[in-house]
Design a protein around this ligand. Structure first.
Ligand code: UD1
Length: 440
């Protein structure tokens, strides 16, 4: 089925236990990093999602050998041998299907001293420039593509040699931080990234690079130092961290359905920005070493609050749409301030179809609480917005169809099975065809 939808009969409180998969954004950076190894590596806890399938295909198109091993209980391990990489050109059409393909610029520059990349794709929430990446590579001695003038949609860079540099990021950027870290591992001399992003997946990519033989200090703070090395010998096994955004999505799905769910295989401190907001609203969040339990006291009311997205440890923009669903089902008026992306409210008209009362003023959404969502035909405009619509549908009266569900499968491993195991009534259905002519 090329185009399919999720059919969800809402109104069932989610109950039980769910395991979280490996982090999408970590594994995509780590796969690119693995292309620089002089030896081999094994990656465990890899999420079985379509963005990973695409990234694996792109790496294979460069000449890397990647074997997938699926354990009987479903967990995915990748055995990676990049020794056959015979081109610095990542230009096949798959590159434009995902955002994280841009990490191959840093990785191929590091490995080959040159790189060509078809412009990356990913979710559409306004302009997604990569000027910071290109300016940083230029400071490191790379010549070629200028961010103002990208020829034929392909970025080509060459560096002879690639040199360490002091890189000041004037905007905190996850992608630029990781991309510079990748290239700097193999550059001559030292690189310092100032005003670096601090997301959990930055630390995971740095830990992986250090396991390869890189010399990175300070990942997780706003200054990262990288001493370039000539070889990255590799030959090790590494396990991907749990996905912060998948965890948050299940926390919100449990909360909006009035359920009681324990979410396992997570790092609870990564969830502090969401847990503290949910506690403030009236939810009960119990915390263990590697789990969180989410439920509410039936006697307590849930109140709205104000949320502003920001780089980590601020409130994650990738949980903004799901959190708006949470705010819809709380008392009073709430305010969401989207401060990372310029156009990340494309799902709000869909929520309004389901009965939400939301007004948008530029990057602020004012949310007036409602008692219930009603079912409707809606369409997932992007990955996290799709996840938000799933949360709304699980809480709604009646049957909701969410079209373009493939966008949700980009980032959520076995979401239908996981939700069913919590009692949800969700199935994959044929696309209803209602939105066929509405693609922007
Ligand atoms: C990554 C995540 C995405 C998440 C985002 C912010 C991946 C594959 N995607 O995206 O899910 O929403 O982090 O947490 O990991 N910017 C520039 N110039 C640049 C780069 C970024 O102006 O060269 C701006 C962007 O327009 C945006 C802000 O910086 O406003 C943050 O973007 P960035 O952190 O780079 O996001 P991505 O790495 O693309």
């Amino acid at each position: 089925m090329d185009s399919y939808s999720y059919k969800i009969k809402g109104g069932i409180p989610l109950k039980g236990d769910v395991n979280i998969s490996g982090s999408k954004n970590a594994v995509l950076g780590i796969l690119a990093a693995a292309m620089m190894i002089d030896g081999t590596c094994t990656l465990e806890n890899v999420p079985d999602i379509s963005d990973v399938h695409v990234m694996v295909k792109i790496c294979e198109s460069l000449g890397a050998k990647i074997e997938t091993e699926i354990a009987p209980e479903g967990s995915v391990t990748l055995h990676i041998d990049p020794s056959g990489i015979n081109t610095p050109k990542a230009t096949n059409p798959d590159v434009s299907k995902i955002r994280a393909s841009y990490y191959l610029l840093g990785a191929l520059l590091g490995r080959c001293g040159e790189a060509s990349l078809r412009m990356p794709g990913g979710c559409d929430f306004g302009q997604r420039p990569i000027d910071l990446h290109l300016k940083a590579f230029k400071q490191m001695g790379a010549k070629g593509a200028d961010y103002r003038n990208i020829n034929g949609g392909v970025i080509s860079l060459h560096a002879n040699p690639l040199r360490g540099a002091k890189i000041f990021l004037d905007i905190v950027s996850v992608g630029a931080t990781i991309n510079v870290m990748l290239a700097a591992c193999k550059a001559q001399g030292n690189t310092t990234i100032v005003n670096a992003a601090k997301e959990p997946h930055i630390v995971d990519v740095a830990n992986f690079l250090n396991a390869m033989g890189a010399r990175i200090r300070g990942a997780g703070t706003d200054t990262i130092n990288i001493a370039g090395v000539p070889h990255l010998p590799g030959n090790f096994t590494y396990s991907i961290i749990p996905d912060q955004i998948e965890t948050g999505t299940y926390m919100i799905a449990a909360a909006v359905t009035g359920g009681d769910v324990t979410i396992h295989n997570i790092i609870p401190t990564h969830m502090d920005p969401l847990s503290s907001k949910m506690r403030e609203m009236g939810y009960i969040i119990e915390e263990g070493d590697d789990y969180l339990r989410v439920y509410k006291d039936p006697e307590e009311e849930i109140w709205g609050t104000n949320v502003k997205t920001a780089p980590y440890p601020g409130f994650p923009t990738d949980l903004q749409p799901q959190t708006v669903v949470l705010l819809c089902l709380s008392k009073g008026q709430s305010k969401m301030d989207e401060d990372v992306w310029e156009n990340r409210y494309q799902y709000i008209p869909e929520l309004i179809r389901m009965g939400a009362n939301i007004n948008i003023f530029d990057h602020i959404a004012l949310v007036n609480g409602i008692d219930k969502f009603t079912s409707a035909d809606v369409k997932a405009p992007d990955l996290r917005a799709g996840a938000a619509l799933v949360c709304a549908a699980l809480a709604a009266d009646g049957v909701t169809y969410i079209d373009e569900a493939r966008r949700i499968d980009r980032g959520y491993e076995k979401i239908v099975d996981k939700l069913r195991s919590l009692g949800a009534d969700i199935e994959i259905a044929e696309s209803r065809g209602i939105f066929e002519d509405t693609e922007a």
